[in-house]
Ligand binder design. Structure first.
Ligand SMILES: Cc1cc2nc3c(=O)[nH]c(=O)nc-3n(C[C@H](O)[C@H](O)[C@H](O)COP(=O)(O)OP(=O)(O)OC[C@H]3O[C@@H](n4cnc5c(N)ncnc54)[C@H](O)[C@@H]3O)c2cc1C
Length: 395
């Protein structure tokens, strides 16, 4: 199938041949829904902790207590991690000087996602020695389900100033991952590597992969990651498309969370499984509120809301040959014209775990509408199928 113009082919600086995702025994049931068998290992419903505007990163004094808030990172929490954690710790240290706290001051971190665990380890690195984490749970959380794509997608900034502020946090975070990658980060030194990201070149109204805001642009413009190149990608199924190639970091979030857990154990920082009903129930001098979506209730913040992400975790993939990301909008040939936002991918493949297909970005959705979820899982599979060209067996 040749969907590209000869002009693109002749001027293409790259012609990459990629192994396609293989779903040999994908089934649709009698209702047309995808069955989670065989090459689909798990259907994941997960919620991004969105916040209208910027994530909340602030510190306040309430009598003898200092409260630091660090939540609301939406679909970019890993992308904003180190910049946000550093900012929160800096704000805390200003307050600690005012309050004349010493390094033994008792600190409670609420939340055991990437924010809570990274902030606890950063506080330890800064010299604090009486730290505990309290969390409802740390297994089925956004931080573990995240795909680990370093990109500015899925935030709810409302103006240019907020966008620039978020980009600054992301740039500081990228520098943090560069240290992780080079083995010089003070907290962890594993779980990230640079990866190629492909997205479309088609214009509105055309068919195939369409131009998409990948969220890597701010890093490329700042000269911190390579500028995108235009070329052609051919998949092992024989499908080929003109595409844009970016490069960014891929964060293996399961590996990084496991590294955080190991470092917490080494430093005797406990993770206590408990639900906090109110911040007033925590009596330590210092509280870090890293409760993600839970912060809506705990900090009475009505700007916090869920954005639902659905993922299909894959099995039996030739993963050693799938070390790339696809993040692109897509117009199926012959289908009614769609109007997906320019920054949201219809085709989304990431090599996390056994490989995954996704994703959805559904605002103000708490994941409880199972009929809708099934319909969306089916859509993910159908759309990716058109892209990768794998066969689908009728049931
Ligand atoms: C499907 C999906 C894909 C994603 N992909 C990416 C990506 O590619 N790149 C990227 O940068 N980001 C991505 N994200 C976003 C990223 O995962 C989140 O922004 C980040 O994990 C938020 O971390 P957190 O620590 O703030 O929250 P969470 O991981 O949600 O952790 C919150 C913690 O607070 C605890 N808690 C909440 N309320 C209470 C309470 N009342 N008492 C006690 N504990 C409480 C929870 O139990 C949990 O331990 C994705 C998210 C999803 C869902």
């Amino acid at each position: 199938m040749a969907l590209f113009s000869s002009q693109v082919v002749h001027s293409a600086p790259f012609y990459d041949q990629l192994e396609a995702v293989q779903l040999d025994d994908a089934h649709f049931d009698a209702m047309g829904r995808v069955e989670a068998v065989g090459d689909i290992d798990r259907k994941v419903v997960c919620l991004r902790p969105m916040r209208k505007g910027l994530p909340e990163i602030s510190a306040e004094s309430l009598g003898e207590q200092v409260r630091v808030h660090l939540y609301g990172h939406g679909g970019s929490g890993w992308t904003l991690l180190w910049g946000s954690v550093d900012k929160a710790v800096t704000l805390f240290e200003e307050k600690a000087r005012e309050h004349e706290f010493n390094d033994q001051v008792p600190i409670t971190v609420i939340g055991a996602g990437c924010m809570g665990k990274a902030v606890a380890l950063s506080l330890y690195h800064a010299g604090y020695r009486s730290i505990r984490i309290i969390a409802e749970q740390d297994s089925r959380i956004a931080s573990l389900n995240s795909t680990g794509y370093l990109a500015m997608v899925s935030l709810a900034t409302e103006n240019e100033t907020e966008k620039k502020e978020a980009e600054q946090l992301a740039i500081e975070t990228l520098k943090g991952y560069q240290r992780v990658d080079s083995g010089t980060h003070p907290i962890i030194n594993e779980g990230v590597h640079l990866i190629d990201v492909y997205s479309g070149l088609g214009k509105e109204g055309e068919e195939g992969p369409l131009e998409t805001y990948t969220g890597i642009e701010p890093f490329a413009e700042a000269g911190l990651l390579p500028k995108p190149e235009k070329g052609v990608v051919e998949f092992s199924t024989g499908v080929s498309y003109p595409m844009q190639k970016f490069r960014t970091y891929f964060m293996d979030t399961a590996v990084i969370m496991a590294a955080f857990d190991r470092e917490l154990r080494t430093r005797n920082i406990p993770v206590i499984h408990k639900t906090v009903d109110s911040l007033d129930d925590i009596k330590t001098n210092v509280v870090f509120n890293c409760s993600g979506l839970g912060a809506g209730k705990l900090n009475h913040d009505d700007r916090v809301y869920p954005n639902m992400g659905l993922l299909l975790d894959l099995a039996h993939q030739p993963l050693n040959k799938l070390d790339y990301i696809i993040y692109t909008r897509y117009q199926p040939p012959g289908a009614p014209k769609r109007s997906s936002p320019v920054d949201k991918a219809d085709i989304y493949f990431m090599p996390r775990g056994g490989g995954l297909l996704g994703a959805t970005f559904i605002d103000h959705n708490d994941g409880s509408d199972t009929a809708l979820n099934e319909a969306l899982f089916t859509r993910i599979l159908r759309e990716n199928r058109q892209f990768f060209g794998y066969p689908i067996n009728p049931h």
